[in-house]
Design a binder for this molecule. Sequence first.
Ligand code: HEC
Ligand code: HEC
Length: 291
Amino acid sequence: MIPRRQRIALLLLFALLVTGDLTGAAEGETAPVFTTQKGVTSLTNQVYRDIRQGKLNIQGDHSAVEVLILQREIPITYDYISIMMRTPNAFGEGPACIVCHSSNNPEHSYRGLDLSTCEGILRGSTEDPPRPIILPGNPEKSPLVRRLHSNRMPLGIPFFHPNDGPSIQMVKQWINDGAKNDEHFNKSVLPLFSDKEAFGGDFPCSECHPSTNGLSLTSYRNIMRGAFYKSRKREGLPILPVVIPGNAEESPLYQRLTTNRMPPGISPGEDINHPNIQILTRWVKQGAWCK
Ligand code: HEC
Ligand code: HEC
């Protein structure tokens, strides 16, 4: 009597031999995903192996995306991106992106941005100031990705609230002037972050970003330490700045005050780690191929 474990191992070996044979027979054709070519372990076989070894735990809403797509570097095709751009509620409740971004004509499409074709996505916004919305390979720096998972601040501020008010202008100017720790900063800029009236909304920034949280807006030192300072330090990771001195446009602090999450009106309560946001992020990271 062969022990159960070994029986399974034998069966598997047999299965591998059979599929290996099939590959040989189907020369010239594209091998189906299941077959195992010489020296190549198919995705499916890897998954079965991981299941046998008890390594696979697919439970909860997003874990199939995480475990079967992201961790295994499945190539994301433009086909799927195209479908997401055309589908309502694809990234949380709201109309499909292409309703408002369907051509390079700024009379019919916001920012002259065409999200209905791959070329349009790569071209970016054509209305003044024209600018790309993705940097292939670099999702963190891609406005398209940011616009999907970064809520405008203060959290809950509505889309129609002006994004060029005097407090925002003052923060912008301070950053562009080099983000110095001077008298002007301490007297006029820093107090804005604990003033409920400064940026609108129901709470001052410091209410949600006190000294102990992921981001602290309570002192010059804490602001310059960026987001998640403590946990990143513990893990030996470099700081994640929210202020890039001299460059407000590139500074998350200024971006968060001025740019709305898409689609307009989406609730900040909608999951910022929505599986489709993660898949789109991966597409950009993999190079944003149009294939
Ligand atoms: C109801 C109309 C509407 C829908 C739907 C919509 N947008 Fe927008 N979008 C706008 C408006 C208006 C602006 C310009 C104002 C602003 O920047 O917030 C904009 C701006 C943008 C920008 C910034 C472009 C730039 O030049 O910086 C991006 C990126 C963007 N949208 C992506 C999307 C994506 C992705 C979707 C789908 C999830 C989407 N939008 C859905 C109206 C819409
Ligand atoms: C009601 C709570 C709340 C208020 C008020 C609030 N924030 Fe936030 N803020 C959050 C949350 C939650 C996140 C992270 C999740 C997200 O992006 O939605 C965040 C993220 C940020 C980030 C991004 C940090 C990073 O990860 O890079 C910045 C910058 C920021 N907030 C600045 C501000 C500023 C400036 C104000 C005041 C104008 C403000 N916040 C007010 C809750 C709040």
